[in-house]
Design a protein around this ligand. Sequence first.
Ligand code: NAD
Ligand code: AKB
Length: 314
Amino acid sequence: MIKDKILVIGASGQIGVELTLALRKVYGNANVVASDLREENDLLKGTGPYVSLDVMNKEMLHVQVIRQNITQIYLLAAILSATGEKNPNLAWNLNMQGLLNVLDIAREEQIHKVYWPSSIAVFGPTSPKINCPQQTIIEPITVYGISKYAGEFWCNYYYQRYGVDVRSLRYPGLISYKSAPGGGTTDYAIEIFHAALEEKIYTCFLKEDTYLPMMYMPDAIKATLSLMEAPKEQITVRTSYNVAAMSFSPKEIAAAIQQHIPEFTIQYAPDYRQAIANSWPQSIDDTAARRDWNWKPDFNLELMTAEMITNLQH
Ligand code: NAD
Ligand code: AKB
């Protein structure tokens, strides 16, 4: 049996840190190589190999894949929705070229599996708002959403044409306490916890009734590992799977936090991110993920809030 050797690209980011640690538990520390453009995250230090790597430099990436005998690649390097609107060209270039570099190398080196996350940002104002289906009208209005939707079809293309086993999830907004978020519209749902514990007041950049699909990081890691471990014949979606856990508004998460910190207050000053949030669905239908690889989340708003507060207090 060939032992898997994994390369995580973008390992110092919000998902990368936790996914790298989770993969190291499953595959062994030495078999998961973390890489990023920026320096190694403190939580990764001493837990396994780290290389400095720019996914835009295809030659350097190729050398690392060969040198390290890589058999699986997890590509997490991207520019998210809010930062993307400030620099659309940069977002398009990184999000597209980074993916194409990885897919090409995966094809040439016969990499066993590739993981690449998409997002609920693929959906646009014409998509259904409630329980947005897997397949529906998809007309994104952000450069991030456009790049994710195009990326989904590149994944499907490399699978259909070259047999590259690339798998993908449309993550909702991810909430976590270990590493900071990287410039998304859903980042408010993390900032609010830090503000509640430190200043006891939070000024939210979205309106109080803005519902968005969200997920606690342990569920996102569970979904990712389940998808990647599922037998190939069970994967029926080769663009990207909808995955859902919870949906709430700023007003509702503030109320959940007040259950633990009664003196906490929230005020609202919507900015350019409101238009991005308005274009996304409020909730997502993830029937295909539940059917194909038994997806089921563990955390709702109350459980996630209790865990976030406990963990941030320590
Ligand atoms: P992040 O911004 O926290 O992390 C991305 C990492 O990629 C950073 O550490 C950054 O230094 C690195 N990076 C940037 N350019 C690079 C380059 N040229 N070469 C190598 N590394 C580079 O992002 P994240 O939140 O961890 O997101 C990871 C992936 O998941 C992205 O594709 C994102 O679109 C997707 N996603 C995230 C969320 C979320 O809520 N966090 C939701 C949906 C989808
Ligand atoms: C963002 O807000 O850009 C991300 C996402 C939902 O893709 N968190």
